[in-house]
Design a protein around this ligand. Structure first.
Ligand SMILES: C[S@@+](CC[C@H](N)C(=O)[O-])C[C@H]1O[C@@H](n2cnc3c(N)ncnc32)[C@H](O)[C@@H]1O
Ligand code: SF4
Length: 466
């Protein structure tokens, strides 16, 4: 496949080859040479005894920080490889040469570093990064809808992770344990989480942080029983206007649980249908019925919760027609937020066979249909991210209506604010706005280890936020 003389460029070059579905018998050799302020990227492409060579040279501004230089070198090498593959394979990608970077974050960085004017976002993404016109315009409109970002080192979000689910959905790429396997450990897990919450309260007090939003995610936090939920929420008493709890699986939602959430000032929940096709739900091992989703939704509306709903394009066995029906039903329900994910398949081999099964044109059309229909019906796109192995190299996009943005989604995707992560597998981020620096620290992944090492994790957290 691809080789390079610069180890640090290998992953992004490999990711690009994967997006192009480069066959194993194609060999690409990359070489980067640096001479003064001139950098040259050379590529040798070999397939079936054909050999083609390509080369590009550019100037690098010596006054740039090391971080900016590294990111520029990565982008230039990826741009070179994109042009090679696009010429040789006669193919383009929706996100052009962009891999391993959130397109909106890249655009914001370029604007903030003075390398691009905001009104030129779409044009530059198209011209310099080979992003398709539609996607480049999508990034530009998302940036316009993210004006609520406030860059301030004292403003923080709190994320609490409950990585437990009633059962496991076969497509899921998140770390989460099945309830049956961990049910005897949940009380202990909640105790440990409460211990960490209390340590975080001290950190917040000492640093005079202002909490902007709280998000309890997972997994499926609504899998906790009434007592566990009440105990956990009783410890969270920051005065915020956005407090979200993921209740993704409708089969975990009851009136009592919703009342407990309301009692503790939760403002927003997610109820995630993924699809309204029950045959697909069965195929993907998601034990949930459409009437459970509808009932949970009306119970949430009665209690005045804002509701986020997630859907996935490209689920096994789904054709465009089924997906369109799902989106039309979603519009009839008219939740405050809708996020359209493109299926991400866990490994490369599975991805290839799945790509063949579901015509990639269909996934493009699904994502396109969702965007056009949602926008026509008053929704606006406000956050976007890409994962590895998403079908046809597509993306996930969140839409809101009537100013009902879920601010936490923006903060976590754009990395503009500090996030204090609590619980197993939670990641904390500390953002230093002036220095353009982000530090990250992850808690241990699994709940058993989290319970066993809670005191040490709390010590680490105190050091991290010192
Ligand atoms: C962290 S998950 C938790 C949500 C909740 N447990 C649920 O399933 O409703 C958030 C969202 O990621 C999306 N997701 C999970 N696995 C995915 C995959 N392999 N490809 C695309 N989207 C995925 C689903 O739409 C899901 O609602
Ligand atoms: S319920 Fe959500 S987090 Fe849990 S396995 Fe299914 S998709 Fe993944």
């Amino acid at each position: 496949m691809v080789s390079t003389n610069k180890e640090e460029l290998l992953i992004s070059l490999q990711d690009l080859c994967n997006l192009f579905n480069v066959e194993d018998d194609i060999k690409i050799e990359h070489k980067e040479t640096i001479l003064g302020n001139k950098i040259t990227n050379e590529f040798i492409y070999e397939s079936n005894s054909i050999t083609h060579s390509y080369s590009w040279t550019y100037d690098i501004d010596k006054s740039l920080s090391e971080l900016r230089k590294k990111s520029l070198r990565k982008r230039k090498a990826a741009n070179g490889l994109y042009q090679v593959l696009s010429t040789e394979l006669n193919k383009t990608l929706p996100w052009g040469s962009l891999t391993g970077v959130r397109p909106t974050k890249l655009a914001r960085d370029l604007i903030e570093y003075g390398e691009m004017k905001e009104y030129l976002v779409a044009e530059i993404l198209e011209k310099d990064y080979f992003v398709s016109k539609d996607k480049a315009e999508l990034v530009a409109s998302i940036l316009k809808n993210q004006k609520c970002i406030i860059r301030n080192d004292n403003l923080v979000d709190i994320y609490i992770n409950i990585p437990i689910c009633p059962t496991r959905c076969i497509y899921c790429s998140f770390i989460s344990s099945e309830l049956e396997r961990v049910k005897n450990k949940i009380d202990e897990y909640i105790n440990a989480v409460i211990k960490e919450i209390n340590a975080v309260k001290d950190i917040i007090k000492n640093k005079a942080y202002i909490v902007r939003t709280i998000y309890i995610g997972g997994g499926t936090p609504s899998v906790l029983n009434n007592n566990q939920l009440d105990r956990l929420l009783s410890e969270i008493n920051f005065p915020v206007s956005e407090f979200t709890v993921e209740c993704g699986r409708a089969d975990t939602i009851t009136e009592e649980k919703l009342d407990i959430l309301k009692k503790h000032n939760v403002t927003r929940i997610s109820i995630n249908p993924q699809t309204f096709c029950e045959a697909t739900l069965k195929r993907i091992g998601r034990k949930q019925k459409n009437n459970e989703v509808l009932e949970a939704y009306s119970k949430a509306l009665v209690r005045d919760f804002q509701v986020n709903m997630d859907f996935i394009a490209g689920l096994p066995g789904e054709k465009l027609g089924i997906f369109k029906r799902t989106i039309k039903t979603a519009l009839e329900l008219y939740p405050n937020n809708i996020t359209i994910h493109t299926l991400s398949v866990k490994n490369g081999a599975e991805l290839k066979s799945h790509q063949q099964m579901i015509e990639s044109r269909d996934v493009f059309k699904m994502v396109d249909f969702a965007e056009k229909t949602l926008v026509e019906n008053g929704y606006k796109p406000y956050y976007l991210y890409r994962q590895k192995n998403q079908l046809s190299g597509l993306e996930n996009v969140g839409y809101f209506r009537d100013n009902n943005i879920c601010m936490f989604n923006i903060d976590s995707m754009e990395e503009t604010n500090t996030i204090i992560g609590i619980g197993a597998n939670a990641i904390s981020k500390r953002v230093y706005n002036l220095e353009h620096k982000i530090e990250r620290e992850a808690n241990v992944k699994f709940i058993e280890e989290y319970i066993a090492r809670i005191d040490e994790l709390i010590e680490r957290k105190k050091q991290f936020y010192k």
